[in-house]
Design a protein around this ligand. Sequence first.
Ligand SMILES: Nc1ncnc2c1ncn2[C@@H]1O[C@H](/C=C/CNC(=O)c2cc([N+](=O)[O-])cc(O)c2O)[C@@H](O)[C@H]1O
Ligand SMILES: [Mg+2]
Length: 214
Amino acid sequence: TRSTRPQRLLKAVQKKAIKGDPQSVISTIDYFCRHSEWAMNVGDEKGAILDSVVCEVSPSTALELGTYCGYSAVRIARLLPPGTKLITLEFNPDYAAVARQIIEYSGLQDKICLVEGASGDLIPKMQELFGIKTLDFVFLDHWKDRYLPDIKLLEECQLLRKGSILLADNVICPGTPDYLEYVRNSPRYESKYFKSHLEYTKVEDGLEKSVFLG
Ligand SMILES: Nc1ncnc2c1ncn2[C@@H]1O[C@H](/C=C/CNC(=O)c2cc([N+](=O)[O-])cc(O)c2O)[C@@H](O)[C@H]1O
Ligand SMILES: [Mg+2]
């Protein structure tokens, strides 16, 4: 049977990227998605904004919702201070398998904890599974109708503290209207929109950065 797009993306990384070099893995994926096959990675343009927020927050505890092929997990983990880890959740076993190999190829397997499962099931177990109290940084890039229920779940589970940063991809395209309305109108968040473009295209998209006020 024909390979899947994530499998073809993994092949390109194994063929073209330098093993153990996260930047080379990132550049190889961006080149592949721009010149061979588009894929829903956050990409280089929005990725630069993601990088700047990760560097600014310099999180001790970080969570990503929706690993897909591991592109943003590699982007985030390569910037984390020593001794800190990114927890990334992915419920599709085929995508998780590809992501593990891409993460391993980049050499960042000690900085990334990829957990297979649904965010709705795993978020309530985060404290016990990972021995964490609260999250400093959350990157949302999974199904767009899950952003709002999942941040409400993060609040309920007291995983957010005063100053926790949420960064959400695709708030314009494909769009997350209910999430945007919530974080922009809730007195519990201070929100800011970073205008950019949908990965590898000229279509407008952007990231929404929201600070939890406690
Ligand atoms: N509740 C959950 N728990 C764990 N993993 C979950 C999950 N819900 C979805 N996932 C996983 O997260 C990824 C989904 C991404 C949806 N992005 C998108 O649909 C998307 C689409 C476009 N686009 O169409 O242009 C552009 C983009 O940047 C996009 O992120 C997939 O790997 C999926 O298996
Ligand atoms: Mg996205």
